[in-house]
Design a protein around this ligand. Structure first.
Ligand code: TXA
Ligand code: MG
Length: 390
């Protein structure tokens, strides 16, 4: 793909159509535009334009068998894209759209194969974000948009993250600050006998059940035998920072703090075994409450610093723990909104290992733990990133 200039459009409030006119034109002319939503930044193209959609896959380096979500500004735009019953979708949309809910429905012939990766279903979402909605209305075509990261990287929650991953590869990024949820939408498949949550997000099974009277099955909890091949995106490694991610489990803050202590000790042991001579730098993602309960009694020469103070560290110590407190108390919504930012920051300061605090898998905690376990890639034992030395 030809390298090109990437236009950064900074949104000023109150938002006028003029500010979005350039971006809408790029989309209408077959170009790509990264835009903010309430969940994460999306990388959009005209969903009816196959060449434009192909450019999304190329810019992201995304496998072509992973389908895209189509974004529309209002429920009346859904009918043209679908066939079959819309009863449940309509009920859910009137309750939770615009919002962080994506529904998978039978697709109409209007939706090109490349958008759905050849599936006979299409995923649709109305984002709850003023700038996104204004852009979608102005563009006046459905916009196919995955998260605006290079494939495999954490989803972008700020325009700067999109710039990091895609500058020179796309013509336009709209910068409208941080995304409020910080994790991608709930993906709900309504095409089977029972509704299935293919990806947990801010809209929960309880909320869905409250509206349609049927409890959705959670695909993430299914065994392989029961797993339908309906969630193509779930099979790929996601949200992967360069360093390995370890999860500190435990019911209470003090249990998790003890677990963090243990993981740090194991990490140091690993470093000694591997005869790594330089410093070991660990990124710690937790609440302040949990972090303050860590007692590294068994470990000497440890250097603690906030992730923002890294430049002031004295590098002569053996172990550096760079902490990122997502909030003062353990809270899933706060952890969810900061996780991807923290993973990217830890990459930037080149940590050897990341330890993150587990949270109860309820409400937003389910989505947070889903992304965190994917970032961890199932790794149990501390394994230092190749190199190890600073
Ligand atoms: O919050 C979000 O959903 C963001 C913003 C930009 O809207 N978008 C997003 O898109 O996260 P993406 O492409 O990163 O994730 C879409 C997920 C993938 O796991 C994909 O496999 C699944 O939705 N998906 C898309 N179309 C589908 C379909 N027809 N059937 C089943 N799964 C589908
Ligand atoms: Mg994505």
């Amino acid at each position: 793909m030809a390298t090109e200039h990437t236009e950064l459009i900074k949104i000023h409030k109150p938002l006028t159509d003029d500010q979005l006119f350039f971006a809408a034109n790029v989309l209408r002319n077959g170009g790509l535009v990264a835009f903010p939503t309430e969940t994460v930044y999306g990388l959009g193209a005209n969903a009816y334009d196959e060449a434009a959609v192909a450019a999304i896959f190329e810019a992201k380096g995304r496998p072509s068998d992973n389908p895209l979500i189509v974004h529309v500004p209002s429920p009346d735009k859904i009918e043209a894209l679908t066939t079959g019953s819309l009863d449940q979708a309509k009920m859910l949309m009137s309750a939770y759209s615009p919002g962080p809910l994506t529904v998978v429905l039978r697709r109409s012939k209007l939706v090109p194969d490349i958008v759905t990766a050849g599936l006979d279903t299409v995923a649709i979402r109305i984002p709850a974000h003023d700038t996104a909605l204004r852009l979608l209305k102005l563009t006046d075509v459905p916009v196919a948009a995955p998260s605006a990261n290079r494939s495999g990287r954490p989803s972008p929650t700020r325009a700067a993250h999109v710039y990091e991953d895609l500058a020179g590869l796309i013509p336009c990024i709209i910068d409208d600050g941080a995304c409020s949820y910080g994790l991608e939408s709930t993906v709900l498949d309504l095409t089977g006998k029972k509704p299935v949550i293919l990806r947990p997000g801010a809209i929960t099974a309880d909320q869905i059940e409250a509206v349609i009277g049927i409890r959705p099955i959670l695909a993430v909890g299914l065994t392989d035998d029961e797993q339908t091949p309906r969630a193509p995106g779930m099979k790929y490694r996601h949200y992967a920072p360069n360093a390995n991610v370890l999860i500190a489990y435990g019911d209470k803050s003090e249990d998790r703090a003890r677990q963090i202590n243990k993981l740090v000790a194991e990490c140091l042991h690993e470093a000694t075994q591997a005869q790594i001579s330089g410093n070991i730098r660990i990124g710690l993602f937790s609440s302040r409450k949990t972090r303050e309960m860590i007692r590294l009694d068994n470990i000497t020469s440890v250097n603690f610093a906030a992730s923002t103070d890294v430049k002031d560290l004295n590098y002569s110590d053996k172990l550096e723990i760079i902490f990122f407190d997502y909030a003062s108390e353990p809270r899933a919504d706060a952890a969810a909104s900061e996780l991807f930012l923290a993973l990217r920051e830890f990459d930037e300061i080149d940590v050897d290992m990341i330890i993150a605090e587990a949270l109860p898998e309820e409400g937003m905690g389910l989505a947070y733990m889903n992304r965190l376990t994917k970032a961890a890639g199932g790794g149990e034992a501390p394994k230092l990133r190749a190199g190890g030395n600073k």
